[in-house]
Write a protein that binds this ligand. Structure first.
Ligand SMILES: CC(C)(COP(=O)(O)OP(=O)(O)OC[C@H]1O[C@@H](n2cnc3c(N)ncnc32)[C@H](O)[C@@H]1OP(=O)(O)O)[C@@H](O)C(=O)NCCC(=O)NCCS
Length: 178
């Protein structure tokens, strides 16, 4: 298994992986929604505001994760991990955790200080994320599932103090994703 950072040249194959993976786990409608979200993230986000990492097995694309910028008033260097997909044939073999850890290491080396995600705390706690109250950091949109608002610092043990709501990139800035 190889883990790599990649650019938007492979956008079609990456969106297809997200569509196929979410169709298998949550149905065709969700597959289409997440496939389109990834297409939009890759086509509308400035390159310095989006990081894409992939897992490949013998050159077959088997996993992908995306990190896009969250903008705070105090200009802290922050990104959100979303979405994440591992092809159904490769799930529960540690690929997701290894790919996320690879991405975290690469972002730490690029000077990213703070990460967020919005998902299952049981899964993301395996790669260092902890639940965070919206009293500390308010999400870009109203959360339907506040327990899923998670963060981790890449630069310090404690989260730095922050105030106000953060802004996400435009592709993620739709109420239906939150
Ligand atoms: C969620 C997902 C990315 C996990 O990737 P993975 O490579 O299968 O996970 P790993 O092998 O690294 O980790 C496995 C462990 O994570 C946990 N886990 C796996 N999938 C999980 C899920 N959907 N929810 C909660 N925990 C999960 C389990 O505890 C599992 O350990 P176990 O097999 O000992 O029970 C993958 O299953 C997937 O793409 N699912 C469909 C899309 C999705 O739900 N994406 C996440 C939201 S954006």
């Amino acid at each position: 298994m190889k883990f790599l950072q990649c650019n938007t040249e492979n956008a079609k194959a990456i969106s297809h992986l997200f569509n196929e993976t979410f169709t298998a786990s949550e149905g065709a409608n969700e597959g289409k929604v997440i496939g389109e979200l990834t297409t939009e993230l890759m086509s509308t986000t400035a390159s310095e505001d989006l990081f894409i990492f992939v897992a490949k097995a013998e050159d077959k694309l088997v996993g992908s994760i995306m990190f896009s910028r969250l903008t705070f008033e105090n200009e802290i260097n922050a990104f959100i991990l979303s979405p994440v997909a591992v092809h159904p044939d490769f799930q529960r073999q540690g690929v997701g955790q290894k790919l996320i850890k690879f991405g975290l290491q690469a972002l730490a080396e690029k000077g990213v200080e703070l990460l967020f995600t919005y998902g299952d705390p049981n899964y993301y706690s395996k790669v260092g994320f902890k639940q965070i109250s919206e009293d500390i950091v308010k999400a870009p949109q109203a959360l339907t599932y506040p327990e899923g608002w998670l963060s981790q610092s890449l630069s310090a043990d404690e989260l730095p103090p922050m105030s106000g709501r953060c802004r996400c990139v435009s592709a993620l800035n739709k109420a239906e994703y939150w």
